[in-house]
Design a protein around this ligand. Structure first.
Ligand SMILES: [Mn+2]
Length: 306
């Protein structure tokens, strides 16, 4: 049995889509495979997507099982069901462990800087010549994962391959022209209806650098300006309860902007040190938006120059 799985903390739409669509491809190629995860799903998988006729598979461990990791490659963050010595393939777009995996797996380690791991799975279907056979739900999942992980093609890692994969998949599954808006608006509605859980689910403690606020919350929504206007007091109250040095990065797809919310002067100064930005009553507007990993890269290079 080939077990296609991902990270331990939570499953986002990219990991979820990759597990399901890659297990489907392996089965089409005559390899017995299952899409398996023991992690909770996060707010990037709204109910419309959950209602599509595709699910993760049940799994009972067997002695000869082999593992395929998708959208994750850090050995500290695998799903706990993974047996490290029995990993046979890695498909991912997170940097840091390329050499490690190439030494173990050779060409079976496919780790590349690209907007979405879903694009890499699309390329596998294409290379196998099986794209005409992909199920409607796998095509829709991969397309939606690409939208999400590339921030609707505004993210810094977005490549022409991500765009081509989306266009091809959206055509094959006849996604509505306004699907991007529908998708991000539905994620936003889910976040707003359970705001504290959403903040907690995507809050990271930035321990590797002191150039960023220690507590870094992030959310990707359709209209972050509106969300902040409606919920700022509750957001600030909850984050301040977690620590003094915090920020929220609210990525606004509709506006192609990011909103940074930080109320402590020290937190604002750390961010002003990385980018020339203007704070107005605790809010800085960033155009185009940046993801946490982009800011981390900035912060790490800033500290290496000190
Ligand atoms: Mn991803």
């Amino acid at each position: 049995m080939r077990v296609v799985t991902s990270g331990s903390a939570y499953l986002d739409i990219d990991a979820y889509a990759c597990c399901i669509a890659y297990a489907e491809l392996l089965n089409r190629q005559g390899i017995n495979a299952r899409a398996v995860s023991s992690a909770p799903l996060n707010f990037s998988i709204p109910s419309t997507v959950l209602d599509w006729p595709s699910t993760l598979d049940s799994y009972l461990p067997g002695p000869g099982d082999e593992f395929v990791l998708v959208d994750v490659c850090d050995p500290h963050h695998f799903d706990p069901l993974v047996v490290l010595e029995q990993v046979v393939e890695v498909i991912d777009h997170h940097p840091g462990f390329e050499t490690y995996w190439t030494q173990i797996l050779g060409t079976a380690a496919d780790i590349r800087p690209i907007g979405a791991a879903a694009t890499l799975v699309f390329l596998r279907w294409e290379a196998a010549g099986l794209l005409p056979m992909i199920s409607q739900h796998s095509a829709a999942l991969l397309a939606t994962a690409i939208l999400d992980n590339t921030l609707y093609f505004t993210g810094q890692l977005t490549t022409s391959q991500d765009r081509r994969a989306y266009e091809c998949l959206a055509r094959c599954v006849r996604l509505a022209a306004n699907w991007p808006e529908q998708y991000f608006a539905e994620c936003q509605a889910a976040i707003e209806s359970d705001l504290i859980a959403a903040l907690a689910a995507d809050l990271k403690r930035m321990t590797v650098t002191d150039q960023l606020p220690h507590l870094f919350a992030q959310m990707t929504v359709w209209d972050a300006g509106a969300l902040i206007r409606r919920h700022r007091p509750a957001i600030a109250r909850w984050l301040a309860g977690q620590g003094d040095d915090w920020m929220l990065n609210a990525i606004s797809i509709r506006e192609s902007k990011g909103y940074w919310l930080a109320e402590a002067a020290a937190s604002q100064q750390k961010l002003s040190h990385l980018l020339s930005i203007e704070w107005q009553e605790g809010i800085a507007v960033i155009e185009p938006s940046l993801q946490r990993k982009d800011l981390l890269k900035l912060a790490l290079s800033a500290s290496s120059f000190q």
